[in-house]
Design a protein around this ligand. Structure first.
Ligand SMILES: [Zn+2]
Length: 316
């Protein structure tokens, strides 16, 4: 009887310990679940890219009357994400001479939880080249650069729900196609209260949808090699291969100053420009939504979002 009693007590002890381990955690470490790679709202992002590259948007030339449609869509998303704005609201207006034309950057930001006075700028130009005068065909610019704009807007939504340590500016530039004018105006005329020294990095997205050869490029590490982790940490996390290059004087093509990151580089602000190689539809009326592999586009946009997470974690 004693034996049976001891056996019963031992059984109860073991069962109790197992219960503790299962239900209270015990001494076992909880399993490590890697964070998801795809963090952006892809339905919103794809829909925005499709809208921006519709014929009704008339190729988003920065000084066409129809550019108001582009402004309205971007402003709606900035409002929905409840981004903060600088003193002039989401719009930063500027005039280009000699034949005066009016343009507007759209800019919102999220205040950082730990380093509110240090800013990372995530940007993309929204303008394109308009309508072909000879036959009225629209340069839809789905890859260039509806793809980048929709990704920045999706990232704004993500980071509002998942607040970053640093402040993040989400900037949609005007008039890139006529000489990086929107980003140039911004870096030369910062909103009141913001200084160049507070801007720690610019991630620029320009043509991120058409990785037809399964490759996307990060340009800028030649100038700012300390940021190689942006490429290295994400390699192999997606089916798209990441490459670094197109940024040295000896490159066959040097993209350093060919998109809005050039305006930040001119001020000594580190940058990475994420984009695909030029393709057969680059600056043609055939750069259309139906040419885009949505799977690859969503992967590339999430690469950009992951880069923002890395920057927020690593910038001191
Ligand atoms: Zn472009």
């Amino acid at each position: 009887m004693k034996h049976i009693l001891r056996f019963f007590m031992a059984f109860c002890c073991i069962a109790f310990l197992q219960f503790c381990q299962k239900n209270i955690g015990g001494t076992q470490n909880p399993p490590v679940v890697p964070p998801p790679f795809k963090i952006l709202d892809s339905a919103q992002m794809v829909s925005d890219m499709q809208q921006l590259s519709a014929d009704s948007f008339k190729g988003r030339k920065s000084d066409y009357a129809e550019i108001a449609l582009t402004h309205d869509l971007i402003q709606k998303r900035l409002r929905q994400a409840a981004l903060d704005s600088f003193a002039t609201g989401y719009f930063q207006n500027f005039t280009l001479l000699p034949n005066p034309t009016q343009h507007k950057n759209l800019i919102g930001f999220i205040k950082g939880t730990e380093k509110p006075n240090e800013y990372i700028v995530m940007g993309a130009h929204y303008d394109h080249v308009g309508v072909r005068t000879s036959d009225g065909n629209v340069y839809n610019g789905a890859d260039d650069n509806a793809s980048g704009v929709a990704a920045v807007l999706a990232a704004a939504k993500y980071f509002k729900a998942n607040p970053p340590k640093h402040s993040i500016i989400f900037a949609l530039w005007a008039a890139e196609e006529i000489g990086l004018q929107g980003s140039k105006y911004f870096t030369n005329n910062l909103p009141a209260g913001l200084t160049l020294a507070q801007i720690k990095f610019n991630l620029n997205l320009d043509m991120i949808a058409r990785s037809d050869n399964n490759k996307i490029w990060g340009c800028g590490l030649y100038h700012y090699p300390a940021y190689a982790y942006l490429i290295d940490s994400l390699q192999g996390k997606t089916n798209v291969q990441l490459f670094s290059g197109f940024d040295s004087p000896s490159s066959p093509q040097n993209w350093t100053n060919l998109s809005d990151q050039g305006s930040f580089h001119a001020k000594g602000i580190p940058f990475l420009y994420l984009g695909v190689e030029d393709h057969a539809d680059y600056h043609k009326v055939t750069d259309e939504f139906n040419k885009i592999s949505l799977t690859k586009y969503v992967e590339n946009a999430n690469i950009a979002a992951q880069m923002m997470l890395l920057l927020d974690r690593k910038i001191n």
